[in-house]
Design a protein around this ligand. Structure first.
Ligand code: MG
Ligand code: ZN
Length: 583
């Protein structure tokens, strides 16, 4: 075991030089024994990254990551995202609308202000995209420039990938500015955003803004937002037509089409692989009040037709964006959140795995291009909780012990795991009328992990808005070239000793001389009684000394010396006292 871990450390050191993916060096697998300080120190790189890949799991908090890990790998397993060298916690709170300038805190955010947080470095209100707070949803705030837009100005290529509609909040916040996230298409969706219409002098619907921003690679779902007609004043036709004619986008609709695109030389790429959201990895398994599933239930793989996976899209995006000036790519595994809303554990955990697979693609690129920063995080916490499962008076049919609705699955360990949803009343198709509810986001801080240049900035407890500066690259700090302060010299041991001043010759033979010694900073303590320089009795004590009696067998009389010698890392200390032995 120890030997194997040493091999992993060697692989990790190589990874620093860009020769191998060495994330395993950082793995805190159960039973790890070697100190990781040197490996972590070697992984700290203060340089600005050339490329930045941000991987988001919507609604992906530690609760759903743990559930997915238990299911896919077992409780002791580790995802690639678990093995990134630097991990921190991130607060995700937002604001509520109000008169300002101070806005009330919103402790449970939706995906619009959270994505706006890292995209712009500023907090905003629910439903709003890269635009500041205001008095009401319909009242636009100030537009805030995004990381993607700033990088574009610097001449870097940009990409935005999601398994949701491309116009959904997370991908939208990267490259659009609008008061309400629902305003996704120009023809059917603009009721909450009258001032954003191009005919009103605004920037248009989200789908229009994404293509007007000329993001080099746009891959995801949501074709229905791009087949909507633009306003007649803007020339008519669909957003798709507009993207192709005005901005020279090449559009693809399936895996084969995506494969056929091999460079950006002929224009940017707009891939729309589903009318709405893309299909999750697993078929839904929706929790019920009576308990769904059981100790033998496993998730079923969904039929995804010709849709590419998130890993496929990430791989293609990286290959297209790779260039000497660098790139910024945001990748979202969106359906974790949406399936949690539906109390669907299989849908959610399958897309945590999809996210991890996308990370592995990014890591393979990073191994060959070590000037690439990878950050993996969520946007807000969600509703899934892992609850007890076992025989008890209060269990449901699956053995679960709590929650408004539960599902039990057989994990990779072979054991049952139950998850519960309790933020809203459960779905109940048998009720009249049928109840269909959406579970709620929750307000906990979430994990953020990273590797590559400036990845160390995610450690500790940061705020979502702090990611903005990290994504842009901070001014490099200077690493110490050696210890900044010389190690303090170890002091010599401190020794105190007292002994009986007088004792009879008979008594020192039969009972012994009472000696009390107290020592600090020693690893060994020796006490000797000497007469005229000759040791007549001795004893080795523990490192702190103690009170004891030391017998002297040879006949002695007159003054004897009690010599305490303490030895420690700082050297040796000798303390002496004396006693008189009476005849
Ligand atoms: Mg999202
Ligand atoms: Zn959500």
């Amino acid at each position: 075991m120890l030997r194997r871990r040493k091999g992993l450390v060697a692989a990790g050191v190589l990874a620093i030089g860009g020769l191998a993916v060495g994330s395993a060096v950082y793995a805190v697998s159960p039973g790890f024994s070697d100190d990781r300080s040197a490996a972590l120190a070697a992984a700290i790189n203060p340089e600005k990254p050339r490329n930045v890949i941000l991987i988001i799991g919507d609604g992906t908090d530690d609760s759903i990551i743990t559930a997915a890990r238990n299911y896919e790998l077992g409780a002791a397993g580790r995802f690639a995202l678990d093995e990134l060298p630097f991990t921190g916690e991130m607060t995700t709170y937002g604001l509520k609308t109000g008169p300002g300038p101070k806005y009330p805190i919103n402790y449970v955010s939706d995906s619009a202000p959270t994505a706006s947080g890292w995209s712009t470095g500023k907090k905003t209100v629910d439903s709003r995209l890269s635009q500041g707070p205001s008095s009401a949803l319909e009242v636009p705030g100030d537009d805030y420039e995004t990381v993607l837009e700033k990088y574009k100005k610097l001449g870097k290529r940009t990409g935005d990938v999601s398994t949701a509609e491309l116009t959904d909040a997370t991908p939208a916040a990267a490259a659009s500015h609008i008061n309400a996230r629902t305003c996704q298409g120009p023809e059917l969706d603009m009721s909450s955003c009258p001032t954003a219409k191009k005919s009103a002098g605004g920037k248009g619907a989200i789908s229009e803004q994404l293509v007007d921003n000329q993001v080099d690679v746009l891959l995801g779902g949501g074709k229905n937002r791009f087949t909507q007609n633009i306003e007649p004043q803007s020339g008519g036709g669909t957003v798709l037509n507009y993207a192709q004619t005005k901005h020279k986008y090449r559009t693809v609709e399936d895996k084969a089409g995506l494969s056929a695109i091999t460079s950006l030389a002929d224009g940017p790429v707009l891939g729309l692989f589903a009318p709405v959201n893309m299909t999750p990895r697993y078929k839904p398994l929706v929790a019920t009040p009576a308990g769904k599933g059981g100790p033998d239930t496993r998730c079923e793989t969904a039929e995804r037709g010709n849709q590419p996976t998130l890993a496929d899209m990430t791989d293609k995006a990286i290959k297209l964006l790779d260039n000497p000036a660098g790139f910024f790519l945001q990748v979202e595994s969106a359906m974790v959140d949406k399936q949690e809303h539906s109390s669907d554990i299989c849908g959610a955990i399958g897309d945590v795995l999809e996210m991890d697979n996308a990370l592995k693609v990014a890591q393979a690129y990073q191994a060959a291009h070590p000037d690439t920063l990878i950050i993996v995080t969520g946007d807000h916490a969600h509703s899934t909780q892992i609850v007890p499962n076992g025989a008890s008076a209060t269990t449901d049919a699956t053995g679960a012990t709590g929650g408004k609705a539960t599902t039990t699955l057989k994990t990779a360990d072979g054991d049952p795991m139950t998850v519960a949803y309790s933020t809203q009343p459960p779905n109940d198709p048998n009720a009249t009328p049928p109840i269909s509810t959406s579970q709620s986001h929750t307000g906990s801080q979430i994990r953020v992990a990273a590797s590559g240049p400036q990845a160390a900035n995610v450690t500790g407890t940061i705020d979502q808005t702090d990611l903005f500066a990290t994504l842009l690259g901070r001014t490099p700090s200077k690493l110490p070239s050696g210890p900044t302060t010389p190690p303090a010299a170890q002091p010599k041991p401190a020794v105190a000793v007292v002994a009986d001043k007088t004792i009879s010759a008979k008594s020192i033979r039969s009972r012994g001389l009472r000696i009390s010694t107290s020592v600090a900073g020693a690893t060994s303590v020796k006490v000797a009684i000497t007469k005229s320089g000759r040791t007549v009795a001795s004893k080795t004590l523990g490192r702190y000394g103690r009170t004891f009696r030391l017998k002297v067998t040879p006949k002695v009389s007159g003054t004897v010396k009690i010599v305490v010698t303490a030895t420690g890392p700082g050297g040796r200390t000798t303390k002496t006292t004396s006693a008189v032995v009476k005849r």
